[in-house]
Design a protein around this ligand. Structure first.
Ligand code: GDP
Ligand code: MG
Length: 163
């Protein structure tokens, strides 16, 4: 079967934007009961000679902070259980949060291959808080801009090396 790449991260870090960029098409989002995780979104993708299935684990993003945390844990667990490679997307405009730390901990314990990604780096300049992210214990962060489509090729190279 094709390798599965799952995208996890807090609400609003750009998971769906990233997913749509890589999947190369817009995928309509169907409203569901608020706070209930919508079906995961899958896309068949190809990079160089590698085929893989990309999953956006985000679903409908909850608004209350306790629901956000529990949904993030669920997402991370889904990714750990089903994915071959996990893309952990963070908001590169800022340093990491306690929710990011908690997810990082789950991912480290799982021993699955993880690529730590700082999204929203729209200009090619390392922000000062870039170095904070090393504390998550997931290696060197990869910087991308999903909106400007910057850094995506290098990131895909890193991902397919982990298959
Ligand atoms: P999700 O909740 O993680 O799925 O995040 P979305 O994909 O819905 O994006 C949340 C917001 O961040 C939207 O307003 C996006 O336009 C914005 N966004 C996503 N990627 C980038 C990026 O690379 N740069 C900037 N500046 N904004 C982004
Ligand atoms: Mg989303």
């Amino acid at each position: 079967r094709k390798p599965i790449v799952a995208v996890v991260g807090r609400p609003n870090v750009g998971k769906s934007t990233f997913f749509n960029r890589i999947a190369g098409k817009r995928i309509s989002i169907v409203e569901d009961t608020p706070g209930v995780t919508r079906d995961r979104i899958y896309a068949d993708c190809e990079w160089l000679t590698h085929q893989f299935t990309l999953i956006d684990t985000g679903g409908i993003e909850p608004s209350s902070s306790d629901v956000i945390l529990s949904q993030m844990r669920d997402q991370a667990q889904i990714a750990i259980d089903t994915a071959d490679v996990i893309v952990f997307l963070c908001d590169g405009k800022n340093s990491y949060t306690t929710a990011d730390e908690e997810i990082a901990q789950m991912l480290r314990v799982s021993k699955k291959p993880v690529v730590l990604v700082l999204n929203k780096i729209d200009q090619y300049k390392k922000p000062d808080h870039f170095y904070d992210y090393y504390s998550l214990g997931l290696g060197e962060p990869v910087m991308i801009s999903s909106v400007n489509a910057m850094g995506l090729g290098d990131l895909l190279d890193d991902i397919v090396k982990l298959f």
